[in-house]
Structure formats: structure tokens, C-alpha cells
Write a protein that binds this ligand. Structure first.
Ligand SMILES: Cc1cc2nc3c(=O)[nH]c(=O)nc-3n(C[C@H](O)[C@H](O)[C@H](O)COP(=O)(O)OP(=O)(O)OC[C@H]3O[C@@H](n4cnc5c(N)ncnc54)[C@H](O)[C@@H]3O)c2cc1C
Length: 410
């Protein structure tokens, strides 16, 4: 069997790896000149297994009017939403009900823990370097109400297999002394001890090197996919600017652009680009060891090798890839305040924007596509695609070849 994977982000390449392990021939196609050049390039680096909460929640609903009115500096929505955004937004609102949020959180957490096991297997077998660290994650909380809410959330997550606890400010500083350098605006926080961090772009590159060791692997870069052709229920060819490509089955893994390609098949994938930004600077003398999430400002700080990555911002502005200088300055400003000695903010290594492929429920779409017998999807991983990649790849590989069960119910 020969499978064509459309997209060479972390999702496409982990899918290739999982299929190769099952002795399936794969070809990956991407328009970029290298792998992981989309959202997988400059993301926050957090392997946030314990904290893959869906964006849609009753809590977010409470703050939504403020966000839509433009009073949340970390959020922006286009003033006149497109039909697609309006439809997506309605589905998003439906997912803000507490029972649905709880169900989505459970499903995402299960997939995240499954992904951790899959990533650890790769690390143990191949031992390649992608700045991987078992550093834990801290989420700063700014009120007593948030602390009490967090206690309940930790209890629920721990029952699923996470290892989270709520610490007061003093205990948090004991754990992460670099927090003393910043403002006294948090009363405590969550510590997710078993969360990790790593560079998803470096990981994807190392994984491709590994895939190349198999004669069954091919990577076709610099190839823009224009359309997917079909006859009745079967995909017959992938039309690209380099000519037609054919295989026995296909996996759509084009990240936030997946719905654009699905449209050529009259499939309506509920995925919308949630634009975010990151800045990378050289690591300073007092950088955080743990990954730190400043929940009030929706910003994450993560040390990756010799660099500090600062990521955040959520914009619903369609497929706009402009790197807004004000947003970059906003992230640098927050980092300078929180970790004044955490990085060399005068030497910015990268200013980046990316599109999180977000579904209304935050649950990724993994499995056979409707209407077509030889098309599969592995997309819509939203805010946590790096965290969920290795498990999602195992699941889709099992869908394609059910002979190899990976025993995970998602
Ligand atoms: C600011 C920010 C911070 C984030 N932080 C984290 C984090 O800390 N932890 C975490 O787990 N996740 C994080 N994420 C989310 C994560 O980065 C994404 O969910 C994940 O990278 C999605 O991977 P993907 O392979 O689906 O998409 P992508 O990496 O975007 O890959 C899609 C690929 O498809 C290709 N493509 C698209 N259209 C075509 C076409 N027509 N022809 C050919 N090729 C095409 C693109 O070139 C691209 O290579 C963050 C995202 C952002 C934006």
C-alpha cells in the first residue's frame, strides 16, 4: 500500500513515521522548502499533556463580550466576520456548555497522555536531540477564585493520570526562583510536574532524517497542492504545480489550510486559523526552568536549548500572515516584565506568526473523511498540535491499517 500525506508539518511527518513502522510506503508532499515551516515552526514548544484544555468553555464565555469588544490585549477578531467564521463561531459557542467542555477536556487529556507515551517511545528508540526537557509546567493564577477553580480542575485531571497540584506563591517561587524577578501579580499557580518541552521544528527535522532511512519514504518539497481530484467515492489524483500525484490512500494534514483543500472536494471541515505569534531570543542568566504560562496575558515562556521562546496572542482574522510588529513588541514587553533577566531582548532571533488549526471543540479530526473511501484526515490540532502529534499519528495509522492496533480510545 502507498499512502500520500499532504502536509509536512509535525502532524504530517509523525503520521509518515507511524505508517512506515507499519511497513506502509509513504510520500509526503508540501509546498515549503523544508519540513515544519507552518505552525510547527515557531510554536510555544510546550508538551503540555496535563493542560490541553479546550478553548471553548463556560469561563471563556464569560470573558467573550470583553474580548469581542477589543478589551483583551491578547485577542482580536475581525470586525465583520466571514460566513465561515460566523458558522465556526456558532459551533464554538455550542461547545462552551460545561458538560461538553468536561467531555472535550477528558478526550483531549487522554489523547495527550497517549501522545506522551508515543513520543517517549520514539525518544527511547532513537535518542535524537530536539531540546527535549522534562521541566514541568507552571500556570500562574491571579486570584483566590482562580486557585479554587484550579484545585477542582487538578483533581479531575489527576483522576485521568496527570500529576498536577496547586501551589501558593511562596511554594511556586521555591520551585521556580526566576519568578521573583517579575511582578507580584500572581497569588499562586498550577504545577504540572510531568509536562515537558521541546522544539517541534527540530523534532520534525530529526524524524524526517529517520524516515529517510527507510526505502519506503519519499518527501516532495516545493510542491504546491492545487486540488484533489475524485471520481465518485475515490480520490484519483492530487493535482500539484509539479504535475499529478497518485497513491492508494491519502491523509490530509495541511494544518489550518486543510479546509481550503477539502473545499475542492465539497467537504466542509470545521477548522479555522487562530493566528498567534512568537519571539525567540538568546537565553538570559535567569530564565525559567519550567515552562511558564501567564494565563492573564495568555502568553507562554519556554526555554528551548540556548533560546527563550515567548508565544501567545489569539487572532481570528482569517488567513492573514502579516507579522504585526506591535504584537511582537507586546510579547517582548511581557517577557521583559515577567523575566527581566530571562533573555537578551535586544537580540531578537526570530519574529514569527503561525495559524493554529482550531476546531470549535478543540478536538482534532482524526480518521476517515466522509464521502471518500481512500481519504483520511489528521488535522485541527489547534493550540496543542505539538503535544498531540505522536498519539494522533498512531491513531490515524491504525485507521489506515487496522491490523496493528494501538489500543487507545479517543
Ligand atoms: C503561536 C503558537 C504557539 C503554539 N504553541 C504550542 C505549544 O506550546 N504546544 C503545542 O502543543 N502546540 C502549540 N501550538 C500549536 C501547534 O503549533 C499546531 O497545532 C501544530 O503545529 C499543527 O501542525 P500541523 O502539521 O497540523 O500544521 P502545520 O505545521 O501548519 O503544517 C501544515 C503544512 O501544510 C503545508 N501546506 C498547506 N497548504 C498546502 C498546499 N496547498 N500545498 C502544499 N503544502 C501545503 C504547509 O506548508 C505546512 O508545512 C502553537 C501554535 C501557535 C501558532
Amino acid at each position: 500500500m502507498h499512502v500520500g500525506i499532504l502536509g509536512a508539518g509535525v502532524i504530517g511527518i509523525t503520521t509518515a513515521y507511524s505508517l512506515l513502522r507499519r511497513d506502509i510506503r509513504v510520500t509526503v508532499i508540501d509546498r515549503a522548502s523544508g519540513v515544519a515551516r507552518g505552525a510547527s515552526f515557531g510554536n510555544g514548544g510546550q508538551l503540555s499533556y496535563s493542560y490541553v484544555n479546550p478553548l471553548a468553555s463556560p469561563d471563556l464565555l464569560k470573558t467573550l463580550p470583553r474580548m469581542i469588544a477589543g478589551r483583551d490585549p491578547a485577542f482580536r477578531v475581525q470586525p465583520i466576520p466571514s460566513v465561515k467564521l460566523a458558522q465556526w463561531g456558532l459551533q464554538f459557542l455550542m461547545n462552551c456548555r460545561s458538560a461538553i467542555t468536561a467531555r472535550n477536556t477528558t478526550r483531549l487529556t487522554r489523547l495527550a497522555l497517549f501522545s506522551r507515551a508515543a513520543l517517549h517511545r520514539i525518544i527511547e528508540e532513537h535518542r535524537f536531540d530536539f531540546h527535549f526537557r522534562k521541566n514541568g509546567k507552571i500556570v500562574l493564577l491571579s486570584s483566590a477564585a482562580e486557585m479554587s477553580h484550579a484545585r477542582k480542575a487538578c483533581w479531575m485531571k489527576n483522576a485521568l493520570g496527570c500529576s498536577m497540584r496547586v501551589l501558593d506563591r511562596a511554594a511556586l517561587i521555591d520551585l521556580e526562583p526566576s519568578l521573583t524577578d517579575g511582578p507580584n501579580d500572581f497569588v499562586g499557580g498550577i504545577h504540572a510536574e510531568t509536562d515537558e518541552a521541546g522544539d517541534s521544528c527540530a523534532f520534525t527535522q530529526r524524524l524526517v532524517d529517520l524516515c529517510y532511512q527507510s526505502p519506503d519514504f519519499q518527501l516532495q518539497l516545493g510542491t504546491d497542492i492545487k486540488r484533489i481530484r475524485h471520481e465518485n467515492r475515490r480520490i484519483t489524483a492530487i493535482e500539484t504545480d509539479q504535475g499529478d500525484f497518485t497513491a492508494d490512500a491519502y491523509v490530509l494534514a495541511l494544518g489550518a489550510e486543510s479546509p481550503l483543500m477539502a473545499k475542492t472536494l465539497r467537504l466542509n471541515l470545521p477548522v479555522y486559523p487562530l493566528k498567534g505569534y512568537s519571539v525567540t531570543v538568546p537565553l538570559g542568566k535567569s530564565a525559567p526552568v519550567a515552562s511558564v504560562t501567564d494565563s492573564r496575558n495568555r502568553t507562554v515562556f519556554c526555554a528551548l536549548g540556548h533560546h527563550l521562546r515567548i508565544a501567545g496572542i489569539a487572532e481570528l482574522v482569517g488567513y492573514n500572515d502579516h507579522v504585526d510588529r506591535n504584537r511582537i513588541d507586546q510579547l517582548i514587553g511581557l517577557a521583559q516584565k515577567r523575566f527581566p533577566r530571562g533573555g537578551d531582548y535586544t537580540t531578537v532571533i526570530s519574529r514569527w506568526q503561525g495559524w493554529r488549526p482550531l476546531t470549535p471543540s478543540s478536538l482534532p479530526l482524526i480518521g476517515p473523511a466522509p464521502k471518500y473511501d481512500n481519504l483520511f484526515v489528521n488535522t485541527g490540532h489547534g493550540l496543542f498540535g505539538w503535544t498531540l502529534a505522536c498519539g494522533s499519528a498512531e491513531l490515524i495509522a491504525e485507521w489506515i491499517n487496522p491490523r496493528y492496533r494501538c489500543s487507545m480510545e479517543f
